[in-house]
Design a protein around this ligand. Structure first.
Ligand code: BGC
Length: 665
């Protein structure tokens, strides 16, 4: 290959960009072109011009569905069911591949502990353990066992790394953090994605400890390639290479490109900066072997997805595999399990299917576009079920509040103020919605609040005054049906919060796995770790969620009082469905190391299981403790220190049965 041919393989452009038309036949990857016919046409034009007949790798953001849209990832994480995430990703891959896409820019696996950051919608929330489980599941779902199969696409774990920790929650902002926080909190989902075989990663927009992720050797080389043995390739985010000029670490695109490729970046998205590397090589500032290595990684991926064997897409396939009944059914099933029942005073829910007139009100009552969420692929509003439609398919709906017996209010945020470039400084309901809610409550009629949002909202007033609250996030194509399924009790809600809900934005960052203070928060003592004007603790804790039945936890058992470093221990408890409805409970397992050489989080999730229980049924749920779960990042790498550990099995991050064991040398 000539140097220009090589650099073309390291460049990804949009087909509409002027730089692209000038370089057809050279450019290695194209983003945003979709459709079997459209991608085939571009592929033909490319192969006709490419001296070595190297096909284009088509990439697209298939985040939570391609045409059949699934709940946003924050909602899918609320299922605490990685198998459902895997299924959604597999269906998305099937539909996307039939539309000519070979590579998705997903999963987004950024941990987010700041709901002001709009992109919290795209990930699995605040916890690294849950985040890692979802990350691995998505990678398996997208890629399958054979990347060249007609239902597989190449995955791209993004945004590497620590993008979710942007200062002030402002998108694209800088991040400074300790190596320990990076390793223990922000990297585990990426490591899990790599272990699950993700073919690619995307470098994040942010700087990490003053070096943009796009050219961060510590991230791209030391950790990703040397420690984790990643063999795929890394693409920048959109114009991430030229943005290094604004970060202040390069004066020209050429200098930025040299720094990026030298640090371990293989492909530049949306800019032609890598083409300028020819001059760097010829001037002796960049060894050509660095370019060769990146080209090898990109070409290997093209072989793996089967592009050289068949660069085209069967144009008849999409119709048969897109938005099928089976796909819609799966979207509904997943959406049913993504909702979280936050409050249900006086068992207002489930609602009766007949005999009562229901008014469905609020700006999102009949919105289809918002239901799709902020990254809706090729999803179409007209193929989406609104809340109004879902409820109407079960019972009569009255538009007039006056004649209704009860009110379902669908409030929250528009999809445009969630997702990328949608950071918020307030997490309250917008004023007009808050006023509407207050007037509904003033009417004296029972009110059910359905919250549609891409982040936890500070609904403190509602939590006090509204009888029933369902956190519904953005649920995708079948959202309205799934919401009706929960409201009328066809389905017993089972989701749990993958993120802490603050009382007020001033509490942010607030997350359950925080480090202790020398003066733990105490309402009776002024000089403790709290605010003077806000109660201690969140509005709803991480892991919280109610059901139409009740679960009781009892009989905590440890298989032994201690374990050695190479041992294992099992911890179990009995969970009983004490109500009269079948239900599913997400049982959670937490650990704490109360005395170590460094301060450790007050609790850390280390296991979870979704269990189905018939009324009266009891099941013993078991978790295994391994040394790895007890380790933390130290100056000497991962380390577990002997001593006593606390454990909890419980329904959320606050409640539960507590025990302890000893870790021996
Ligand atoms: C986003 C990425 C996305 C890319 C391509 C960027 O603005 O940060 O998540 O994959 O655009 O659409």
């Amino acid at each position: 290959m000539t140097l220009e041919e090589k650099l073309g393989q390291l460049t990804q452009l949009g087909a509409g960009q002027p730089e692209f038309s000038a370089a057809v036949g050279l450019v290695g990857s194209v983003l945003y072109t979709t459709g079997a016919a459209e991608t085939n046409e571009l592929q033909r034009a490319t192969l006709a011009k490419s001296r070595l007949e190297i096909p284009i790798l088509f990439g697209f953001d298939v985040i939570h569905g391609y045409r059949t849209i699934f709940p946003i990832p924050l909602a899918m994480a609320s299922t605490w069911d990685p198998a459902l995430g895997e299924l959604a990703a597999h269906i998305a891959a099937t539909e996307a591949r039939a539309a000519g896409i070979r590579w998705t820019f997903a999963p987004m696996v950024d941990i987010a502990r700041d709901p002001r950051w709009g992109r919290i919608a795209e990930g699995a929330g605040e916890d690294p353990f849950l985040g890692a489980a979802m990350a691995a599941a998505y990678v398996r779902g997208f890629q399958g066992n054979d990347l060249s199969a007609p239902d597989s696409v190449l995955a791209c774990a993004k945004h590497y790394a620590a993008y979710g920790a942007a200062e002030g929650g402002r998108d694209y902002g800088p991040v400074e953090m300790s190596e320990a926080t990076l390793r223990e909190v922000y990297l585990p989902p990426f490591h899990a994605a790599v272990d699950a075989g993700t073919g690619t990663l995307m470098a994040a927009f942010n700087s990490l400890n003053r070096v943009p992720a796009t050219a961060n050797r510590h991230l791209l080389d030391d950790i990703l390639r040397r420690e984790w043995k990643f063999r795929g390739f890394v693409v920048s985010d959109y114009a991430g290479v030229t943005e290094m000029i604004d970060h202040g670490i390069a004066a020209t695109p050429q200098e930025a490109a040299r720094k990026a490729i030298t640090a371990g970046l293989d492909m530049a998205m949306w800019d032609n900066s890598f083409a300028t590397l020819a001059q760097e090589v010829r001037a002796g500032r960049l060894p050509e072997s660095v370019v060769d290595q990146a080209v090898r990684r990109v070409l290997r991926a093209k072989f793996r997805v089967g592009l050289f064997a068949d660069p085209y897409t069967d144009e008849t396939r999409a119709a048969a595999v897109t938005l099928t009944k089976e796909h819609r059914d799966a979207a509904r099933r997943i959406a049913q399990r993504s909702m979280i029942l936050l409050k249900n005073e006086g068992a207002l829910l489930p609602l009766p299917k007949s005999g009562k007139t229901i008014a469905v009100v609020g700006p999102f009552a009949d919105s289809k576009a918002d239901m799709l969420g902020p990254w809706s692929g090729s999803g179409k509003p007209e193929e989406t079920v609104s809340v109004m439609e879902g409820i109407r398919s079960v019972t009569a709906v009255s538009q007039a509040m006056e004649s209704a017996d009860l009110i379902v209010a669908v409030l929250g945020e528009e999809r445009e103020i969630s997702g990328e470039a949608a950071s918020r400084a307030s997490l309250d309901l917008p004023d007009d919605q808050q006023r509407l809610l207050q007037s509904l409550i003033a009417s004296g009629k029972p009110v059910v609040l359905v919250v549609m949002s891409g982040r936890p909202l500070t609904i403190s007033w509602a939590a006090e005054h509204v009888a029933a609250i369902v956190q519904a996030w953005f649920l995708g194509s079948e959202g309205g049906n799934a919401i009706a399924d929960v409201l009328f009790g066809t389905i017993n809600p089972s989701g749990k919060l993958p993120v802490t809900v603050p009382r007020t934005v001033g509490q942010v960052p607030i997350y359950y796995a925080h480090l202790p203070s020398g003066r733990p928060a105490n309402p009776g003592d002024k000089y403790t770790n709290k605010y003077a004007d806000t109660p201690i603790g969140p509005l709803y804790p991480f892991g919280f969620g109610l059901s139409y039945t009740r679960f009781e936890y009892s009989n905590l058992k440890l298989s032994a009082p201690s374990m050695t470093m190479n041992d294992r221990l099992t911890v179990s408890a009995e969970i009983r469905n004490a109500g009269n409805r079948a239900g599913e409970e997400i049982v959670q397992f937490y650990i704490n190391d109360p005395v170590a050489s460094v301060s450790r989080p007050v609790k850390e999730l280390k296991g979870f299981q979704r269990v189905a229980l018939a009324p009266g049924e009891v099941k013993r749920v078991e978790f295994t403790v391994t040394r790895q779960q007890l380790e933390f990042w130290s100056d000497r790498g991962w380390l577990a220190e002997p001593g006593r550990f606390n454990i909890w099995i419980g329904p959320n991050s606050v409640d539960g049965l507590q025990g302890s064991f000893e870790l021996l040398h």
